[in-house]
Ligand binder design. Structure first.
Ligand SMILES: *[C@@H]1O[C@H](CO)[C@@H](O)[C@H](O)[C@H]1NC(C)=O
Ligand SMILES: *[C@@H]1O[C@H](CO)[C@@H](O)[C@H](O)[C@H]1NC(C)=O
Ligand SMILES: *[C@@H]1O[C@H](CO)[C@@H](O)[C@H](O)[C@H]1NC(C)=O
Ligand SMILES: *[C@@H]1O[C@H](CO)[C@@H](O)[C@H](O)[C@H]1NC(C)=O
Length: 371
């Protein structure tokens, strides 16, 4: 059955949506009871691009940082996909941005422990990790760090590491539902790019390009966002990728071109990039890709996730009206560093609205999506 969804959305209506503290005894999966019966591949997950690479006091407000708040705060605020780069340093695996000499966010083990602590405290949430395997480390070496961080016990184990199942639809579920993943406590989905999978030592580590595909990510201009396949191959068609069962990761972040070929996350217009409409807006890009795919993107990767209504955009596409058990977080850009126009102290609280733009703009979005 093809389901045609027509959404008429106004920002004015969204501003009234708030994040309620947990109250009911009903299970909320990824902050909503309505998501519990959905298969994993029919939910959209908000992703923090380069999650551990922060532009905050701990890094001297590095211009290379992609996020303003820590991985834990990202998860508290509703982010459910975390990406990062893994490099080898002094015989250990570290989370480093481009190179460990330039930006070292510490050992992979410490970061995984941070995620594990959050998952212990949040037993009905599904989290996905995407780790860039910069030094082509083996599956065993990754698995050893997962074990050391005591997080392997949360890992989702797919039926096969060779290929994804065909896409779920309204009648056939090929991926488990969020409820099933929670019941089995297989709540952590793990992709590594690239990876030679090893079912013997790491049955939970999936090669990212076997299971997912993505659109262009080297975008430096708001009018250049598109949905064209880039990896694993830019010559394959969207349809071929859809039919293969690969999940779609929609990259939606801008780089700011500096001298000497250096690129840094473009924070200058981040509230526009992460907003509903306007030049290079997340909402418009999402609708365009959903229409081209005839399906919702599975993952949406953004920089500075808290700025603009990125969280609300994903809620709307997931049909989540009142997210439960989520921290609100300031939507203001935190001070310091190049390109920042507004300075404010970060903060978080229960019950805060995610949209604090104060914009009077009325935005009407119309979306036709077949799921
Ligand atoms: C749903 O998925 C199953 C399994 O892949 C497939 O056989 C079936 O044709 C699909 N149904 C629709 C309506 O797409
Ligand atoms: C990466 O390592 C695998 C073995 O784990 C090897 O088969 C492959 O050729 C390596 N790739 C590169 C680019 O070095
Ligand atoms: C595909 O990727 C190749 C290699 O990076 C590049 O030369 C080519 O321009 C790309 N094609 C498209 C259509 O983007
Ligand atoms: C983004 O934020 C800056 C600083 O607060 C403001 O000057 C600008 O108008 C905002 N842009 C949009 C599109 O909201």
């Amino acid at each position: 059955m093809q389901l045609f969804i027509f959404l008429c959305i106004s920002i004015a209506a969204l501003v009234g949506w708030t994040n309620a503290a947990p109250t009911s005894s009903q299970r909320a999966c990824n902050n909503s009871p309505s998501l519990c019966t959905k298969p994993y591949d029919m939910v959209t997950y908000l992703g923090a691009h380069d999650s551990p690479f922060l532009r905050d006091a701990t890094t001297g407000y590095s211009s290379f940082g992609n996020q303003l708040f820590s991985t834990t705060t990202q998860l508290d605020a509703g982010v459910r996909l975390l990406s990062g780069q893994v490099h080898r340093k002094d015989g250990q695996l570290h989370m480093c941005h481009t190179s460990c000499a330039m930006f070292d966010a510490g050992p992979l083990r410490d970061w995984l422990e941070e995620v594990k602590r959050w998952m212990d405290a949040n037993p009905t949430d599904i989290v996905t990790l995407i780790l860039v395997n910069s030094d082509n480390v083996s599956a065993k070496e990754f698995a050893d760090v997962y074990t050391a961080a005591d997080i392997a016990r949360f890992a989702y184990v797919p039926l096969s590491l060779d290929a994804p199942p065909p896409p779920s639809n309204e009648t056939v579920r090929t991926w488990p539902t969020l409820n099933e993943m929670i019941d089995k406590n297989q709540r952590l989905v793990n992709f590594v790019a690239p990876l030679k999978p090893d079912a013997g030592v790491a049955p939970f580590l999936m090669d990212q390009w076997t299971f997912t595909w993505e659109n262009t990510y080297q975008v430096t201009s708001p009018d250049s966002f598109n949905c064209a396949p880039d990896r694993p191959s830019n010559t394959s068609s969207i349809k071929a990728y859809q039919d293969s069962g690969r999940l779609f990761m929609m990259n939606h972040f801008l780089y700011w071109q500096q001298a000497f070929g250096i690129q840094v996350p473009d924070i200058r217009n981040i509230n526009a990039t992460n907003s509903w409409d306007g030049p290079g807006a997340l909402g418009q890009h999402f609708m365009r890709c959903a229409n081209e795919l005839q399906r919702m993107p599975n993952y949406v990767l953004v920089d500075f996730f808290n700025v603009g209504p990125a969280t609300n955009v994903i809620d709307i596409f997931n049909g989540v009206k009142e997210p439960i058990g989520r921290f609100g977080i300031t939507a203001t850009v935190v001070g310091g560093g190049a390109g920042v126009q507004a300075n404010a102290n970060g903060g978080r609280s229960w019950g805060a609205s995610m949209i604090r733009t104060g914009t009077a703009a009325m935005v009407a979005g119309m979306l036709g999506v077949w799921m």
